[in-house]
Design a binder for this molecule. Structure first.
Ligand code: PMP
Length: 469
């Protein structure tokens, strides 16, 4: 066999920019407009090491992805075994056992009736798939007038155009507005901010009724679906609605023939102390988008889960006109299966619930020393701390302080990774998410709390916020 000619090394046509204060060679990579980050060389358990041997705690599990921690032996071994057999099998040519088994395992964990699984490679793809299956179902069942997907503000559902259309976050959507489809927004249930004299149950119903009003305003015959995160992720900072919200939303969707989509991309796969966020309220949605913790950082993996009732008419009408090349590949599925085995073998969902309660109570206790902590919320290990200028009125800190981003940077300097955003309700607000992997131990929570507390002191000093030593 002739030896192939060596590929000529590509010569860049422009010199990539170097970053001030960084003596590494310029990088060809770009993501967001941020300064360059340290180079990671190793990751194990809840820790990541950089090229200088510095160890940091992965207090956000990446982007709430690495649920079972880094370097898990069971998953790596399962992937190696699968790699020796086949890494890629195209789903339209063959079925493969890992994808079949993972679909069955997911169906067993989802509410009864949700047992048809469509694999994808990430969260945006999972949301996109839900939107398209919902629409194709409407077309296949003579409801072609339904096309609007209502969502909440603020919210994040992904960066592809469909998922972006249902995202309620101006910074992500504004440049693309003319290219997006119509998606009316209702307020996210930020009941903790309200000073209206109502009890939480009444507030929950009031927020849910906004959906009813919006469906009527739009014309029920035009509304296809409502999408929400059962437990908020980064956009709302682990927002949990009052209990009364959830069943009422289900009722309203049923009343108007509107499909309910749960975006479980961040809150699903065990992180909140139940396999699905919606399980805390026993809600059965019509469609589920799952990703992040499903592949847990070992493989790009996501899934849409639907009922036979929804899927059948679409298949009978000629098939689901949708799909991605990497969908259902056996390597990602083998990783996903091993992740589920690891979760079960060590009761990591139980651990997320127990360690989450502990971490939340320790974070709550910080309010006494740091009165700029206005709220601590979330479930299991999907937790957020919100900073305010006045905990009574919940008034926000001045935007110019950039408190959430400073908190993240100061924590990183001290060896703890946090995740943050500046969004809440219709107004801006600072929150940081504290979401370590589900394997976290009590001793590691002590470690996280020591750094978190030290960071709060540094933040308070730097921004002249009130605190007591
Ligand atoms: N939905 C939610 C709730 C998310 O948090 C994310 C990612 N942060 C997505 C969708 C999109 O997922 P991905 O980045 O994997 O496409």
């Amino acid at each position: 066999m002739p030896t192939p000619a060596p590929t000529p090394t590509a010569t860049p046509t422009t010199t990539p920019p170097a970053t001030a204060g960084d003596n590494r060679p310029p990088s060809h990579l770009f993501y967001q407009a941020r300064q360059r980050r340290p180079m990671a060389t190793r990751a194990e358990g809840i820790y990541i090491w950089d090229e200088h041997g510095r160890r940091v705690i992965d207090g956000s599990s990446g982007a709430m992805v690495v649920n079972i921690g880094h370097g898990n032996r069971r998953v790596l071994d399962a992937m190696k075994r699968q790699m020796d057999q086949a890494t890629f099998i195209y789903r339209l040519h063959f079925e493969n056992a890992p994808a079949e088994d993972l679909a069955a395992a997911l169906a067993a964990r989802c509410p009864a009736g949700l047992d048809r699984v469509f694999f994808v490679s990430g969260g945006s793809e999972a949301v996109e798939s839900c939107l398209k299956l919902a629409r194709q179902h409407a077309v296949a069942t003579g409801q072609g007038s339904r096309y609007k997907v209502i969502s909440r503000f603020p919210s994040y559902h992904g960066s592809t155009m469909g998922a972006l259309s249902v995202t309620g976050h101006a910074a992500f959507t504004t440049p693309f507005a003319p290219m997006m489809h119509e998606s009316p927004k209702i307020a996210a249930p930020t009941a903790y901010l309200d000073r209206d004299g109502l009890d939480m149950a009444a507030r929950g119903r009031r927020y849910a009724d906004m959906l009813d009003e919006e469906i009527r305003r739009q014309g029920p015959e035009t509304v296809l679906a409502f999408i929400m995160e059962p437990i908020g992720g980064a956009s709302t900072g682990a927002l949990v609605a009052p209990d009364s919200y959830y069943p009422r939303i289900r009722e309203i969707c049923d009343r108007h023939g509107v499909l309910l989509i749960h975006d479980e991309v961040m809150c699903g796969a065990g992180r909140t102390g139940r396999y699905l966020g919606g399980d805390h309220w026993g809600i059965t949605p019509d469609l589920i988008a799952l990703s992040k913790g499903l592949g847990a950082g070992y493989a790009p993996l996501g899934a849409m889960i639907a009922s036979e009732k929804l899927v059948r008419p679409v298949l009978d009408a000629g098939g689901f006109q949708h799909g991605f090349t990497y969908a259902g590949n056996p390597l990602a599925a083998a990783a996903g299966l091993a992740v589920l085995d690891e979760i079960d073998a060590h009761d990591l969902i139980g651990n997320a619930a127990r360690m989450g309660d502990l971490l939340k109570s320790r974070l709550d206790a910080l309010k006494r020393r740091f009165p700029f902590i206005g709220d601590v919320r979330g479930r299991g290990l999907l937790l957020a701390v919100e900073f305010v200028s006045d905990p009574e009125t919940m008034a926000t800190l001045p935007r110019a302080l950039n408190a959430h981003a400073r908190m993240v940077d100061l924590a990183f300097d001290r060896g703890l990774i946090l995740y943050s955003r500046r969004t809440r309700g219709g107004i801006d607000g600072d929150h940081v998410l504290v979401c370590p992997p589900m394997i976290v131990t009590e001793a590691q929570i002590d470690e996280i709390m020591a750094i978190f507390t030290d960071t709060l002191e540094a933040l308070a000093r730097e921004l002249s916020l009130p605190w007591s030593a």
